[in-house]
Design a protein around this ligand. Structure first.
Ligand SMILES: [Zn+2]
Length: 282
């Protein structure tokens, strides 16, 4: 022990600050009920608050691990990266931003695509990663989703897309908007072949993602309390000059108004999807 760590002598407050550093990040406050939760409890509970069932955001890797049997799947198209077709530059160049994002998240773009089994049935699952430039959809996300749909079509395996996105990727301009048409066309071929597609919306699902594949499922389901919409509430209020109703753009509001088929808790998501696929396929 002695040569691995030692107390720095003579400086008052050191031990106290070290203690603080060591406990930092072990606890967090629930943004919904205000309860202090041990992070480990949250990890064991699939990032759902044990007190109030508030669904914290889940990253793409954890999402796939949760849905695939034994957390195992084969990742596909993981080497696709954006070519920065517009040579876009804001506060820094888009290519530098992508590089930094790839380094910090360890994935090539805002979506992970995998194939494997869900309760014994072969499926294609795509999960969006919000931490990668706000889960925005550019050419890579569009291409990965389209390839997953085409694999589903060729192998006759159901497709599940878990959305978490701020919408189209502004740094790819019109090219990101073209993905809406490309994915929608692929989904139409899947539909014609009668292979099911389930859309799972999580917090937040907005913009071009809502306006295309997120709302095109044979089944459109969402996690509780997720923000789902096209434009944000402020923009809508300014446009229509009216106050929006309580709970506007939440999963529950959308379900009540017929935009969703179900609101499904995270703990029940996998079995719900499995049951639905049995209904569609068997
Ligand atoms: Zn809570």
């Amino acid at each position: 022990m002695a040569w691995f760590a030692r107390e720095k002598p003579g400086v008052e407050g050191t031990a106290e600050s070290e203690k603080r550093v060591r406990t930092e990040g072990l606890w967090l406050k629930c943004e919904s009920c205000g309860q202090i939760i041990w992070k480990k409890t949250l990890d064991e509970n699939m990032q759902v608050c044990p007190k109030c069932e508030h669904h914290f955001r889940l990253d793409a890797r954890a999402r796939l691990a949760m849905l695939f049997d034994d957390g195992g799947y084969e990742e596909l198209d993981s080497r696709l990266i954006s070519t920065d077709p517009l040579h876009f530059e804001d506060s820094k160049t888009y290519s530098a931003r992508l590089e930094a994002m790839r380094a910090s998240t360890g994935i090539s773009d805002a979506l992970i695509s995998g194939e494997g089994k869900l309760e014994g049935r072969r499926v294609q699952i795509c999960a969006m990663e919000l931490k990668f430039i706000g889960g925005s959809m550019g050419a890579v996300v569009g291409e990965k989703i389209t390839r997953a749909i085409e694999r589903g079509l060729n192998k006759r395996e159901p497709v599940i897309i878990v959305s978490a996105s701020g919408g189209a990727r502004m740094q790819e301009g019109a090219i990101s908007l073209m993905q809406l048409a490309k994915i929608s066309a692929a989904l139409m071929r899947l539909d014609e072949a009668r292979v099911p597609y389930i859309s799972v919306m999580t917090d937040p699902t907005t913009g071009g993602v809502t306006a295309s594949f997120a709302m095109l499922g044979d089944l459109n389901i969402a996690e509780p309390g997720a923000l789902i919409g096209f434009a944000g509430p402020r923009v809508i209020e300014q446009t229509i000059r009216q106050k929006l109703p309580q709970g506007f753009q939440t999963s529950e509001f959308l379900l009540e108004h017929g935009f969703l088929d179900a609101v499904v808790k995270r703990s029940e998501m996998k079995s719900y999807i499995a049951r639905s696929l049995s209904f569609f396929c068997d």
